[in-house]
Design a binder for this molecule. Structure first.
Ligand code: NDP
Length: 286
């Protein structure tokens, strides 16, 4: 399947780069990054380290996290540590935030980025898979937010939620994944309104991402999409920057609207009877 992204001939920009960001804004800040053993999360850890932040990293694979922590310390992190475990379990999600409280006595920024595995194909009717993915991709985000909120209110801090075009528009073959990303949009947009009503000075930044060149996305997408992926290093920096500037939404890359226009293209594939047999294409629409 080749998606003629460039053939659409459209480039709509509604993202304007912030111009008052300073890396000093992150110096000494206490930041949790989830899904930090690889991909965008790993790159966010390195940027934060370089900026002199304290970082607490989370993922399942301890060996990878250990290496990321070592690199963060080399890059100049004020401190770096990790907690390993699976976000399928909301009790673990709460434990991660408590680790920050015990270590730092407070928190300035909560970056929610991890995702569990899903398939790319017609919805197979597996309700348990949807339930498990909602636990990992959505409920753990809620649980971490609830546990972190007292600390974030105290510091007037920030919540950064990493989402996708698949959380803005539905497309075929990604029903469970897309549902979890839509849930994030609904929950955090509503919560933001409540914060405004109650004068809670905690910002919520929702990051709507297109195709990014992480190993996992490249493994499954590079043969299926003609568009060049955006670099994970720059993506990670834009996420941190938009969180520090307390922006309501980030759209990255800037041409993300073009990505959203892909969804009708994929609908068209189904109409033509095209079958996608590679289940590993699961992250095509991330
Ligand atoms: P990666 O697959 O590179 O990283 C996922 C991270 O989540 C890893 O650190 C992984 O580590 C961790 N993880 C996986 N399962 C669990 C689990 N059950 N519990 C805790 N941690 C887990 O993903 P990306 O960097 O590509 O994506 C990061 C974010 O960006 C996601 O929210 C994704 O939806 C979003 N996004 C990405 C796009 C892309 O093209 N790359 C496009 C649009 C959105 P470990 O395996 O060690 O647990």
């Amino acid at each position: 399947v080749v998606i003629p992204l460039m053939g659409l001939g459209l480039a709509v920009y509604f993202y304007s780069a912030p111009d008052n960001f300073s890396e000093e804004m992150l110096r000494g800040k206490r930041v949790i990054v989830t899904g930090a053993s690889s991909g965008i999360g790993e790159q966010m850890a390195y940027h934060l380290a370089r900026m002199g932040a304290h970082v607490l990293l989370m993922a399942r694979t301890e060996a990878k996290l250990q290496k990321v922590v070592e690199r963060c310390l080399e890059l100049g992190a004020a401190s770096a540590r990790f907690v390993s475990g699976s976000m399928e379990n909301t009790a673990f999600a709460e434990e991660v935030v408590k680790e920050a409280e015990n270590t730092w006595g407070g928190l300035d920024m909560l970056i929610l980025n991890h995702i569990g595995y899903s398939y790319f194909n017609y919805f197979d009717g597996d309700v348990e898979h949807v339930r498990k993915l909602l636990e990992t991709n959505f409920l753990s985000y809620v649980a971490m937010t609830v546990t972190a909120l007292p600390m974030l209110k105290e510091s007037e801090g920030s919540i950064v939620v990493v989402s996708s075009v698949a959380g803005k528009a539905g497309g075929p073959f990604i029903a469970p994944y897309s549902a979890t990303k839509f849930a994030l949009e609904g929950f955090f947009s509503s919560l933001r309104h409540e914060f405004i009503i109650d004068n809670v000075n905690v910002s919520i930044t929702l990051c709507i991402l297109g195709f990014i060149d992480t190993d996992s996305a490249m493994r499954v997408v590079s043969h299926a999409i003609r568009a060049a992926p955006s670099p994970k290093e720059e993506c990670a920096l834009e996420i941190i920057r938009s969180g520090a500037l307390r922006q309501r939404e980030l759209h990255y890359p800037p041409s993300i609207v073009t990505g959203m226009l892909l969804l009708p293209e994929l609908h068209g594939l189904r109409a033509k009877g095209t079958r996608l047999l590679n289940k590993d294409l699961g992250q095509l629409m991330q």
